[in-house]
Design a protein around this ligand. Structure first.
Ligand code: SF4
Length: 242
């Protein structure tokens, strides 16, 4: 894989899909951090939506789902009932319940072991809470590595790119990486793409999501796809099992 291929891909994707990461909040913020309700709303949206903007499901209005504190007090069964009422999949109740507890433990509640904050224990700087939340995310039950990366990228502002099935399909079919590549190789390649083309990692993720949902699914529709010009001679490489 050459950087020239990825730079060409960025130009084609920008031309065909535009560049729009939506009304992104500044997840890093200052010492007080961004509006916490907005950040939690992003977390819930990421759980509700695994795919592109075209299938985006918003958090239902006036629902306790939009309040982390309210969610953390509900059992998984109660959350499932709430989701069912909004015609959403009840299978999302378990990860949502676990994330609400993670939020209460790492984002909302002061760290009782951190003596350095003295009298300001109830106002730990956002940066401290953000880092603590990011570190502990992989221990949250029911949250896959990909969902964790999406939360770290879109809600916590970490410099990662989720290694989604769509990303794997696009990169493997073009011969840029293969399914046997180590996870670190995926991260470094996707990051190199972002840095060399001066791209927001959220933008790359949204482009890959859209490629996956519109063209590069289990049966690739290469004739209609913006990346058709970048296919290897002879067409896309086969993916094992598809
Ligand atoms: S050209 Fe084909 S293989 Fe490449 S991203 Fe599009 S659909 Fe996938």
């Amino acid at each position: 894989m050459s950087l020239a291929d990825l730079e060409h891909a960025a130009i084609l994707l920008r031309d065909h899909l535009g560049a729009d990461t939506g009304s992104a909040i500044d997840c890093r913020g200052d010492s007080t951090g961004p509006d916490m309700t907005s950040v939690w709303t992003i977390v819930v949206e990421l759980v509700l939506n695994r795919r592109s903007r075209s299938t985006q499901t918003p958090v239902p209005e006036n629902s306790p789902l939009s309040e982390a504190a309210a969610c953390s007090k509900l059992s998984t069964l109660e959350l499932a009932a709430l989701l069912e009422k909004s015609r959403l999949s009840t299978r999302l109740a378990a990860p949502l319940a676990a994330l609400a507890r993670w939020w209460a433990d790492t984002v909302s509640v002061p760290d009782p072991d951190d003596a350095s904050v003295g009298d300001r224990r109830d106002q730990l700087p956002w940066e401290v809470r953000r880092k603590r939340a990011s570190r502990s995310l992989e221990t949250v039950r029911g949250v896959s590595r990909e969902l964790g990366e999406r939360i770290r990228l879109f809600a916590l502002g970490e410099p990662v790119v989720p290694v989604s099935r769509a990303a794997q399909r696009v990169f493997c079919r073009h011969g840029w990486l293969d399914l046997q590549s180590e996870y670190d190789d995926w991260q470094s390649t996707l990051s190199r793409w972002a840095e060399s083309c001066d791209l927001d990692r959220r933008q790359i993720t949204l482009w890959l999501d859209e490629l996956g949902s519109r063209w590069c699914g289990p049966k690739p529709k290469c004739d209609e796809c913006p990346l058709n010009d970048l296919l290897p001679r002879g067409g896309p490489y086969e993916l094992n099992g598809e």
